[in-house]
Ligand binder design. Structure first.
Ligand SMILES: [Zn+2]
Length: 321
């Protein structure tokens, strides 16, 4: 994993140059997502909010403390997963931009009250209930009102910000239906949302994986050299290449295993992961990715709960966590 020098992986803001910042949320596991901030002439564009109202309030307080007087004019929602947009309700004065597919996806996603029920103290006493409690039980979803974009687009959109321009590109469906990447050309910075995970196995909810690989190529083609993933530390083009190679491996593994008649949860078992990705967290998420890859290869739809239950069962080293 390539980590940018001088930008350690600690909670809060990290300067990337020319008024561009990453707001990092270690450890980057389920729900701990990064945000971005671009500032020009006392106006700011925020990339994503946090998973809960209180975590988003913490983010906004940090912005006010570090950048007093700066007004958040625009919020970009990179995709519909709650850990990237369930704080949108606190940005009532900003324009919230997302892809049209993201807006649709936000209504279809697991809703906050459902996730609270699946991961709260009354979650079922099953391996899946235990998994959900351990990974999501620390988040408080009670006040979340899912707040969709106020402006949607397809393809590309250039957003003026003071004296500069920020470029949004829709690259989904890949991780989700409506994935958007955010490029700040005059800073050489790119916010990838969950098109990029660093240090942990990604989750492919929709695919197809070829689109996701193409999205990595689009990131490379921007020439940006500081790249902020949706989860994990800030990286560079070499980090993107490593991640792209992982997706290529998953694509080949899916094709071979599907042809051999292996069920997706065996095809995605953590024991099949090559040594080179052995240090990445949440290896059981490969089961979820493999289910999506199988659907693209023609297998009929799997229910979300079924897929999550297989992932939970595949999680290694559960004891003592
Ligand atoms: Zn995420």
């Amino acid at each position: 994993m390539a980590v940018m020098g001088g930008s350690s992986y600690t909670r809060g803001f990290h300067a990337l140059g020319r008024g561009a910042f990453a707001y990092l949320s270690p450890p980057g596991t389920w729900g701990w997502s990064n945000c971005g901030l671009v500032i020009a002439e006392r106006r700011a564009l925020l990339v994503d909010t946090q998973f809960t109202v209180s975590l988003t309030r913490e983010l906004l307080d940090a912005i006010e403390a570090r950048f007093p007087g700066v007004e958040i004019a625009t919020v970009v929602t990179t995709h519909a997963n709650g850990d990237h947009c369930w704080g949108n309700q606190l940005l009532v004065d900003a324009e919230v931009i997302g892809s049209a597919a993201c807006e649709h996806d936000m209504a279809e996603e697991v809703q906050p009250e459902q996730l609270a029920a699946l991961s709260g103290p009354n979650a079922p006493d099953t391996p899946l209930g235990d998994y959900m409690r351990r990974h999501f039980g620390v988040f408080d979803f009670t006040d979340v009102r899912v707040t969709p974009p106020t402006r949607t687009f397809t393809g590309q959109l250039k957003v003026p910000l003071g004296d500069r321009v920020v470029e949004l590109t829709e690259v989904g469906p890949a991780h989700t239906d409506g994935d958007v990447i955010v490029h700040v050309p005059d800073a050489g910075v790119l916010y990838a949302g969950d098109i990029l995970f660093m240090g942990g196995h990604p989750i492919m909810w929709t695919g197809p994986i070829d689109n996701w690989i193409a999205a990595c190529d689009r990131i490379r083609d921007t020439g940006a050299n500081r790249i902020v993933p949706g989860h994990g530390p800030v990286t560079d083009p070499a980090g993107v290449e490593t991640f792209r190679a992982y997706l290529e491996w998953v694509a080949r593994r899916a094709e071979q295993a599907y042809a051999a008649g292996l069920p997706y949860w065996e095809a995605g078992a953590p024991s099949t992961i090559p040594q080179s990705y052995g240090g990445w967290g949440n290896p059981e998420r490969l089961v979820i990715t493999m289910a999506a890859a199988y659907r693209a290869l023609g297998e009929s739809t799997h229910g979300l709960m079924e897929v999550l239950a297989h992932a939970a069962a595949a999680e290694p080293h559960k004891a003592g966590r």
